[in-house]
Design a protein around this ligand. Sequence first.
Ligand code: NAD
Length: 285
Amino acid sequence: MAQIIDGKGVAANVRESVREDVEALKKNGVTPGLAVVIVGDDPASRTYVNNKKKACAQAGIYSEEYALPATTSQAELMELVDKLNHKKDINGILVQSPLPKGLDETAVVEAIAPEKDVDAFHPSNVGRIMIGNFHFLPCTPAGVIELLKSAGVEISGKNCVVIGRSNIVGKPMAMLLLHQNGTVTICHSKTHNLKEICRNADILIAAVGRRHFVTADMVKPGAAVIDVGINRDENGKLCGDVDFAEVEKIASCITPVPGGVGPMTIAMLLRNTVTAAKLQNGLEA
Ligand code: NAD
């Protein structure tokens, strides 16, 4: 049976180290601040925003919420981002996605000052990640790397397969594995021979968004399996992309859903907010 990677536990450790960092910063007169912008009333987004605010409070990070109606115009949203870019007590800006239809998410992301872009979605930060000269790492992929490290998984020289090529998970995930000297393959909806490619993976990362997508016959015995997916099963319960019950029997380690990658995403957001506060105050990050 696989080792179950305890994302909650690893995230709690990251959050505790962030809390200690915040305490030290406050002694230097710096309180890290995060602005969270939510537009519309998507229930999942509301839950994410509430969790992020709660996590900030526990870490001692100052947070502000800007809840705007779904009828908000692009110009109004851009005006708010501009205001937050100039707000001294705000070091990080997070605009919760998805935005309601009609709003241009790309334009909003590009309007955020790169030094306050704690999601690391701005093209300038994406480019920095590409060349390996970055301040912030995208939260979910960075969380995955932490989980692999916590389980003692060596990435260097290993065959790493990422299923999914989105800008927020798949692509940056592949890049971070590459920075760790993994040999990386990115698979997507047009990939041929997905099963064979996955069966060759020492480290398999699923970021598709389809339940039971990764079955046991796609997994090499002894592989490390990280499940980024967040789905609902037939009973409405949260589940990932991986057929956990079957894959657990052959993997060396595996993340559960919930309790795997999810908690890490918020922990890494807190870490990025502290990094942003340090950089904006001329302190070493
Ligand atoms: P997305 O929809 O943008 O991307 C899905 C990817 O899956 C695409 O690149 C697509 O090519 C690929 N795909 C679809 N069908 C495929 C197939 N048949 N074979 C191979 N590849 C296929 O989604 P995303 O934003 O990258 O998110 C992926 C999943 O991760 C979702 O379930 C999302 O909810 C979850 N997620 C979790 C966290 C977290 O904190 N745990 C954070 C972000 C996203």
